[in-house]
Design a protein around this ligand. Sequence first.
Ligand code: SF4
Ligand code: SF4
Length: 202
Amino acid sequence: MAAVFMAVFIFGWIYPILGFFIPLCMILGIGIGLFKGRKFCDWYCPRGSFYDAWFKSLSPQRKIPALFKNIYFRLGVLLFLMAVMVVNLFYRWPNPINIGMFFVIMMTSTTVLGVGLALFFHQRSWCSFCPVGTIANLAGRNKFSLMINSQDCNECKACAKVCPIQIEPYKFKKTGIREVKDFDCLKCGTCVAACPKKALSF
Ligand code: SF4
Ligand code: SF4
């Protein structure tokens, strides 16, 4: 998927019609979000895959700022980008080349921002407040949830170390089997595989 993203990122400037790949991804991300939360953001998302594939080794792996995960900040980003999209669609309608070019510009500018954040904080910093991720977070709550067996967990923190979006599943243990109530979980299963006590499951 990272290669697909790179192709659209480069050739979209020559063939703006490729820009329609972006709303297609948005619809897919939100659609999957209704049933499986942020599952799309794992490797189905071309941009998320691009950040993981190209910037994981380049990122200093700093903590993603709490502001980026703040719901009000995220809703602000969502509303701002939606407003920009609606205004542009209004003025560019019905020319498909102009509309495609808008999506290419929007993808390029937000990706450049995400690359900057990857190089300064963490490769998935952008994903913490990506509008599609925010909608999937809100729409997919309590769907396909990661569960923790509190009795089995010994708080070794191996799960937190491998999580691509810096979730700390062990912090949700209390008594019995509990839902890991962090709705930014990408459902990637990396922590499930890493847990030496088999305390995590979907
Ligand atoms: S890896 Fe497993 S045992 Fe270790 S803290 Fe996480 S859930 Fe608990
Ligand atoms: S590592 Fe675990 S908590 Fe982190 S995104 Fe993947 S499934 Fe969710």
